[in-house]
Design a protein around this ligand. Structure first.
Ligand SMILES: [Cu+2]
Length: 286
């Protein structure tokens, strides 16, 4: 067999190997978005915000790689070409107008190229959306409180301790009460802090906002279709248990979300016991 065909078959093997390993990796990530052991790069993006952020990251990665390689090439070139034994009488030149204009203008142009998608993403994040629902998130030492102002629901979300983990639950990521949201929705998130600064961060949705005591920050999330759990963590050092206040967002189909909401209105009703009893009574009467 000619070398050409051996090479072709070998390439094909590589192709199948990488496709298969890629499929295995993504299938593991089908029902949850979380950090994986030995993961390289960002978590697969979910929703329009994360997709745009991921694209910007990929563009920057290409640009910085080319810049680094170019600088490395120049250094090696100078070291070899102008080494002392090859170049005993070095040039005394200190200025070169053309070169100076070029090394100013080219970086400016590169920055302009980067600025376009960067500003586009910033303004996209900052725009006033028509939200399908609003959630209030409060960072507390060391757990989260989620409030659904329109539904009169409020509940705390604690990490499940390592010794209480059930099979399939993720260490340091799963919580007793995740934030539950409907698929395919735009969610306005109001974020406050109770004691110290925390930060609400979900990498796969590219959402990160500080929770500051005495201030109400605002951000929005683009929740894609499909039932899935998105994991994140507090990423503002907030004290001794900072590592133990993960964010878990469980996205349900519209139908499942409605039935969750029905139970949640009883279980997590905000306010006094009387209010809760009235809701239960209304449910019984219906
Ligand atoms: Cu923290």
């Amino acid at each position: 067999m000619s070398n050409f065909w051996i090479l072709k078959i070998r390439n094909l093997n590589y192709f199948f190997f990488f496709t298969l390993s890629g499929l295995l990796l993504t299938s593991k990530n089908l029902f949850a978005s979380e950090p994986l052991p030995w993961q390289l790069g960002l978590q697969p993006p979910s929703g329009s915000i994360a997709t745009m952020a991921n694209d910007l990251h990929n563009l920057l990665l290409v640009i910085i790689t080319f810049i680094s390689l170019f600088v490395l090439f120049l250094l090696i070139y100078v070291c070899v070409k102008f080494r002392a034994d090859k170049n005993p009488n070095p040039s005394k030149r200190t200025h070169n107008s053309i070169l100076e204009v070029l090394w100013t203008v080219i970086p400016v142009l590169i920055l302009v190229v980067i600025a376009v998608p960067s500003f586009r993403l910033l303004y996209y994040l900052d725009k006033q959306i028509e939200p399908d629902m609003t959630i209030k998130v409060t960072g507390i030492q060391w757990y989260w409180n989620y409030e659904y102002p329109d539904q009169n629901i409020s509940f705390d979300s604690y990490m499940i301790a390592v010794e209480d983990l059930k099979p399939g639950q993720k260490r340091l990521l799963d919580v007793d009460n995740p934030l539950v949201l409907p698929e395919g929705s735009k969610v306005k998130v109001l974020i406050a802090g109770n004691d110290v600064m925390h930060s609400f961060f979900v990498p796969s949705l590219a959402v990160q906002e500080y929770s500051v005591p005495g201030r109400l920050n605002e951000v929005w999330m683009d929740i894609p279709m499909g039932e899935k759990t998105y994991y994140g963590q507090c990423n503002q050092i907030c004290g001794i248990n900072h590592a133990y206040m993960p964010v878990a967002i469980r996205v349900l189909s519209k139908k499942n979300y409605e039935s969750w909401l029905k139970n949640a209105k009883i279980e997590f009703a905000k306010g006094d016991i009387l209010n809760r009893n009235q809701i239960i009574l209304a449910e019984v009467k219906n």
